[in-house]
Design a protein. Structure first.
Ligand SMILES: O=C(O)CCC(=O)C(=O)O
Length: 184
């Protein structure tokens, strides 16, 4: 197993929010989105049951960044910024999902208490809670998506990009050699 060095957690001073305790009743949830700053995430369900749908970056056809999950629309803010308009997760499962062709269906599964889900960088995901639910989630950048996060930060927050680049380089120089990793 490869250790995932949590580089984001080393940026103490200017770190954006990256960890959340989630609590919700049945039918609550999180609409379709991609996690910010090219981060990946892990999500541990402590209580209850959650239904997930995921699409890989670019969708199944590899159509590139412009691809959006069915039911999600691109909107433009007044300043020209792009934003995504997604229905609530409950509404998506109720109205969009049943209309999907079998080839358009997402990767889907149930997460129960004790299960930990890994969401890779760039994957669209939505979650509806089927019961009362408590979960804990953290976003992170490891050596695997370091360059992607750095590239997003360079356009959105140059100061943070500089701190991140310096700290990330430190981590890259002290990470375990391949032989040690394989033994874990
Ligand atoms: O458990 C959930 O509702 C999903 C949380 C999530 O997608 C996120 O924090 O990015």
């Amino acid at each position: 197993m490869y250790p995932l060095t949590p580089i984001v957690t080393l940026v103490f001073t200017v770190r954006p929010p990256y960890k959340w305790l989630l609590l919700g009743p049945p039918r609550s949830g999180t609409p379709f989105h991609v996690d910010p700053l090219a981060t990946s995430a892990w999500n541990a369900c402590l209580e209850g049951r959650k239904r997930w749908a995921l699409y890989p970056p670019g969708g199944w056809d590899g159509e590139g960044d412009a691809w959006l999950p069915p039911g999600v629309k691109l909107t433009r803010m007044e300043d020209g910024e792009r934003s995504y308009d997604a229905p609530s997760s409950y509404e998506w499962w109720l109205t969009t999902y049943p209309s999907l062709d079998v080839r358009e269906r997402p990767l889907e599964f149930i997460q129960e208490a004790g299960d930990v889900v890994f969401v890779p960088r760039g994957w669209w995901h939505t979650v509806v809670n089927e019961t009362y639910m408590v979960a804990y989630t953290q976003n992170f950048t490891s050596e695997h998506n370091f360059e992607d996060t750095l590239s997003v930060l360079k356009t959105s927050d140059r100061d943070l990009a500089e701190v991140f680049r310096c700290r990330g380089t430190d981590v890259a120089t002290v990470r375990a050699p391949p032989a040690t990793r394989a033994a874990r």
